[in-house]
Design a protein around this ligand. Sequence first.
Ligand SMILES: [Fe+2]
Length: 299
Amino acid sequence: MATTTPESTKHGLAAGAAAQPESADWTISQGWEHYTAADHATWKTLFQRQTKLLPGRACDEFVQGMRDLPIGADEIPDFRRLSEVLMPRTGWQVVAVPGLVPDEVFFDHLANRRFPAGNFIRQPHELDYLEEPDVFHDVFGHVPMLMNPAIADFIQAYGQGGLRAQQLGKLAQLARVYWYTVEFGLLQQGDGLRLYGSGIASSYTESQFCLDSPSPNRIRFGLERVMRTNYRIDDFQESYFVIRDLDELLEFTRIDFAPLYESAAQAPELQPGDVLPTDQVFSRGDGSYHRARRTGGTP
Ligand SMILES: [Fe+2]
């Protein structure tokens, strides 16, 4: 079982495992009319347990975004209706794709403020583990954050930066930035740490683990630090990185990443659980969860 990201393969959403549809940009119709009662029931189960869990854990912007969107318990949201609300707010729209798409397709969508969302929903027996992002991860986890202007600009800039990073051969470094922000990021709020990353916001187990468990490290975010740091794709993260607030992401859109790629490449690569003397640590994890996993015990 892989514990860290293989270079230049799995990249958050984008890997290219699905069969290509007819359209060059990989978009398909959501096919909303074709969801079954069982599909909507799975959505409802996921939605209800997650909305109970997130107050006090998700950042205020996530909660507000969810409130302002046509996302409810009773049915899988219709992407057209989401886009009608999202577009006037931040210029984003949600488009349907069959699953993972190639990196350059993914980046091109983001650079043009189109969020590619899987149109399928997980099966009832896989509520807590997914190989590919489904409609619950993509819509419940990502779309509320796209209502926020700072993260809306950051994700567009990430799409543009992705195309550049590909040419520079630095995609793995850039993908780590996305992973430790958009997917698994924490931020500081007046009353403590909150989550804003979609991978954790849409996960029943990790939304608790990332804030409540003594196991993971919670470390102040640094661009170069994160570019050097491998991440886990098969389990909870060993370290979470904390930004000051969402406006910090906006500051990153004004930075040229090229010199950072170079200096990150000069320093040793870091493993997910590593803590450096130079890190500003919010809480030093005891590593108990992953140690128990490695020795085959019960975490
Ligand atoms: Fe995601």
